[in-house]
Design a protein around this ligand. Sequence first.
Ligand code: SF4
Ligand code: FE
Length: 485
Amino acid sequence: MTLKTGKEYVESLRERDIRVYLFGRKIRNPVDHPIVRPSIDSISVTYDVAHDVRYANLATAKSHLTGEKINRFTHIHQTTEDLVTKVKLLRLLGQKTGTCFQRCVGMDALNALSSVTYEMDLKLGTDFYKRFIEFLRHVQRKDLVCCGAMTDPKGDRSLAPSQQADPDLYLRIVEEREDGIVVRGSKVHQTGAVNSHEIIVMPTRTMGEDDREYAVSFAVPSDTPGLIYIYGRQSCDKRKLEEGKIDQGNVKYGGQEAMIIFDNVFLPWERVFMAGEHEFTGSLVKRFSAYHRQSYGGCKVGVGDVLTGAAATIAEYNGVQKASHIRDKLVEMNHLNETLYACGIACSAEGYKTASGTYLVNTLLANICKQNVTRFPYEIVRLAEEIAGGLVVTAPSEQDFKSRVVGQYVAKYLKGIEEVPTENRLRMFRLIENISMGLGAVGYRTESMHGAGSPQAQRIIIEREVDIDSKKRLAKVLAGIEMED
Ligand code: SF4
Ligand code: FE
């Protein structure tokens, strides 16, 4: 069993022959591309923490298949403690990277598939679970990164997959053969896709009888012929091509999203976990999204810790850290952030065992968690911007700061308190800019809205899962309209 280091992970990516396009051109070497590399380094941290004795309990787990030590990102949750530990690990990684470290989607896909394929076999007499377990062994043995690919382009949202003018707007099976299937379509907003060894595809919504060909799930190596990646732009991404790092804000790490095109990709049967069993699409979507909504109660909280630290630091650099309204704003940032964490822990602690033995989160509370994530980070960002001041968006560039002509003016007039060099102040403004609206917003602000499902998706589940009739009964009993049973 391998427990890769971050370095070994980076090297393993070089062995792939992957087709990635950025700015209209194929990237020859994505691993060393300045726009891609910070996102690879971000995933590396998920490997390095597994070798750090301080985090051994958080970052590693015992495989339920082999009993061996594995990276927690390849683990199937066996207890509620595993679920709680996952949230703590994700918070830690958010703190260390200040962005999206991309590896959780794959973990969430593995866990969702482990219970759903088991239940499919129970009901249908199929062997999807056996195939899945073989795949899981491979992932654990090689300590791989998996991309959990769910979101289809969706075309006209008012139409079902089979009703679309272009039938490929949801990924589908175009051919069924004796040795496997051929699929065509696309998955969009795919976190860490280019940095993954395996792509795990799942349907994006509940499918009906007419949408059988769209009820498909499988795992495919990321460099399989027919797979094409189109790299997602991030605000200010070309700053990574500039000399100097200050203007990047987060000088170490970044996130990554890409479109994946499946241009008639062949999958052998042993890699297929669903092929037409539309009645199980609903539970796969619900379980995967619940796990990923739980994840946000960890990762976004860790990044929130970084942003709160940046706001407190810039307050100090500006000489206002003692002002009561600043202290109160920092209290509010912490209050909001810890509320998200409380939701992540709560949905984990209230998790339960499914038929396969895999533990699932409390799906109602996981959706509440994510619903709060669609709001609180926006307020946390607003407070950070208010504390920091306008230089978050008006500070001159690093080149100006280092210019032999105007650098002296930047250093002189943008200084805050005497003890702190202007450069440190500029760095802190850039970090706040990064997390709030620039390069890092993919891991924090806008992703908090749409990642793991847009707000309305959670509201649908909340309405479905809350027993409103029992609440009406409570009210009627106390109002003397009905008798208590
Ligand atoms: Fe993990 Fe958060 Fe990134 Fe999702 S958004 S992959 S939970 S770090
Ligand atoms: Fe995400």
